[in-house]
Design a protein around this ligand. Structure first.
Ligand SMILES: [Mg+2]
Length: 272
């Protein structure tokens, strides 16, 4: 089984609960990127958190002593904007229920910021949500706008509490419109397709590393990627026992993964 690790040519790693928790880097975070570089394994850090953009993720990581280039980072907001840019006609209008980072992803891609006349409504976590925004989104969708959700996470972990996540805001719009959104973030395939395309790799040659069974692991499995769970985030041993979603590999933390992976690579060298 361990030998399977030696076949991985690209890693799609989750961030929260894998690389850091709150404002603190998790053990082995910097070593992981050094290990990937040294072994010529392509990688990208991917987050469902659409309140962040490449720059804010870079700044957050830098504060923890980790330097990651902008092109190594993908957020569900950037993925949503890229996805729509591929299919939207020129001059299409978008109404965003989300924070400034998400709005800017669409501005960067040349979308017109619209209201009730929007062609697309994109909803994500918005900590300044208002009845007015929900109303505009509802009317636009009822008038035929396509409904897109950045990510389905119903809650968002802060300090020791869970606060409403993107999924909770999206649920309000769903209730008002009787429509389900198309989700871009994990576990849906759109974000994985995009990251694998950017890494120029087949799913079978890539691994999804994360701390959440129902997003990182399920999403990777749906595409036929190798899946690696670390226990530094939200998943407990009990969760694994109760879930139908079984990762290919489970490690206590990143250092344990690197040790095993390095050993698999060493053994591969001996065999060849
Ligand atoms: Mg996570």
């Amino acid at each position: 089984m361990q030998a399977e690790l030696a076949k991985i040519k690209a890693l799609v790693t989750d961030m929260d609960g894998v690389l850091y928790r709150g404002k603190k880097a998790l053990p082995g975070c910097a070593q992981l990127f050094a290990f990937l570089e040294k072994n010529n394994i392509r990688y990208k850090a991917v987050t469902n958190n659409a309140t962040m953009n490449q720059d804010s993720v870079m700044t957050k990581l830098q504060a923890m002593g980790i330097d990651l280039a902008a092109d190594k980072i993908l957020t569900s907001g950037a993925a949503a904007a890229a996805y729509l840019a591929e299919q939207a006609p020129a001059g299409a209008g978008v109404f965003v229920v989300g924070e400034e980072a998400l709005v800017q992803e669409f501005v960067k891609r040349g979308f017109r910021l619209a209201g009730q006349d929007a062609d697309y409504v994109v909803a994500g976590l918005d900590r300044t949500i208002s009845f007015e925004k929900l109303t505009t989104a509802t009317i636009a969708i009822r008038h035929g706008a396509t409904f897109i959700g950045t990510n389905p996470d119903k809650t968002f972990p802060v300090e020791n509490e869970l606060i409403p996540g993107a999924g909770s805001i999206i649920a309000a719009i769903e209730a008002a419109t009787d429509q389900e959104p198309l989700y871009i973030g994990k576990p849906e395939p759109a974000i994985f397709h995009q990251v694998l395309q950017e890494l120029d790799i087949m799913p079978s040659e890539a691994a999804s590393l994360g701390d959440r069974l129902e997003t990182d692991i399920l999403g990777g499995q749906r595409l036929g990627m190798t899946t690696i769970l670390v226990m530094t985030g939200v998943t407990t041993t009990k969760d694994i026992a109760l879930s139908d979603i079984k990762p290919d590999f489970t490690y206590q933390d990143i250092p344990a993964l690197i040790a095993d992976w390095q050993q698999a690579l060493n053994e591969k060298l001996v065999i060849h």
